[in-house]
Design a protein around this ligand. Structure first.
Ligand code: IPD
Length: 270
């Protein structure tokens, strides 16, 4: 660990304060009215003024509190640090389309890595105030309650959350995978914010989650919360979870879900 890196609990305390302020700003801006400021990868991949304002607020606060740290954010990309070994990963509003439509399933996601290892993360639903936290080795928590994932072992009884990318050709492939998977599981949920889907899995409000095409900021904090709640979080064939595929499943369900997804070429397509 880098000499100047603080304890994960200290980084989490900063993350929680920053995420709460960010969630307040996002909530207030939503109440004042929201509109599309720009589109990104496709015309349906929108960015609102709030996405930018909230990330700017997070960057400014972190720069004051931890000036030597690096930051990676969804809207402003990567900022170089000065060698502290700490990198923050922020999604200012995960679930931007829900935010645009006023669906109360969107979150601020903020995680801290030290020397490339994820050590602390917080996901806060900016509508409900539900807040999930985790530190590496310190468990996953919500409202003072330690979280454990589902104990389901039968893929046929599994409630599986997933999401879709913004690119039409990718969605078509993802839809074909879901069409094949849905008769083999209890049901599918597509709720619209990957970080929150991972947190729901952390407390067994869904059994498992998978998605192709996640960015680092979608996965960082929620992935740590899920792993600390006992889910196995990984990719295909022993690879780490990443843009190709993220699977988060209770240990007994990981192999059966992995094998179904591999057979359906869930990491394939555009
Ligand atoms: C998106 C959401 C969505 C997931 C997409 C993400 P954004 O993030 O997490 O649930 O299916 O893959 O891109 O664009 O709302 O920050």
């Amino acid at each position: 660990m880098t000499r100047s890196a603080p304890a994960s609990t200290e980084l989490l305390a900063i993350a929680v304060d920053v995420a709460r302020e960010a969630a307040d700003t996002a909530y207030r801006m939503r109440a004042e009215g929201v509109s599309v400021a720009a589109t990104k990868t496709t015309v349906t991949d929108v960015v609102t003024a709030a996405d930018r304002a909230v990330e700017r607020q997070v960057l400014d606060t972190l720069a004051k509190l931890r000036p030597d740290d690096a930051v990676l954010g969804e809207e402003y990309g990567a900022g170089e640090g000065a060698g502290s070994g700490v990198r923050w990963i922020v999604d200012p509003i995960d679930g931007t389309v829900n935010y645009l439509y006023g669906i109360p399933y969107c979150a601020v996601s903020l995680a801290a890595e030290v020397d490339g290892d994820m050590v602390a993360g917080v996901v806060r639903n900016l509508y409900t105030g539900e807040e999930w936290t985790a530190t590496a080795g310190g468990g996953a928590w919500r409202d003072g309650r330690r979280l454990r994932c589902s104990t389901e072992t039968d893929l046929g009884q599994t409630l599986v959350a997933t999401g879709f990318g913004y690119d039409a050709a990718r969605r078509a492939h993802q839809a074909r995978v879901v069409a094949e998977l849905i008769p083999q599981v209890r049901d599918i949920r597509r709720q619209g914010a990957a970080s929150l889907d991972l947190c729901l899995a952390a407390e067994g409000r869904v059994d498992a989650y998978y998605e192709k095409g996640l960015a680092a900021w979608d996965l960082a904090a929620g992935g740590l919360v899920a792993a600390e709640a006992g889910l196995r979080v990984g990719g295909l064939e022993g690879r780490p979870a990443g843009p190709d595929l993220v699977i988060a499943a209770p240990p007994a369900l990981f192999a059966p879900l992995h094998d179904r997804l591999a057979a359906l070429d869930a990491s394939g397509g555009p």
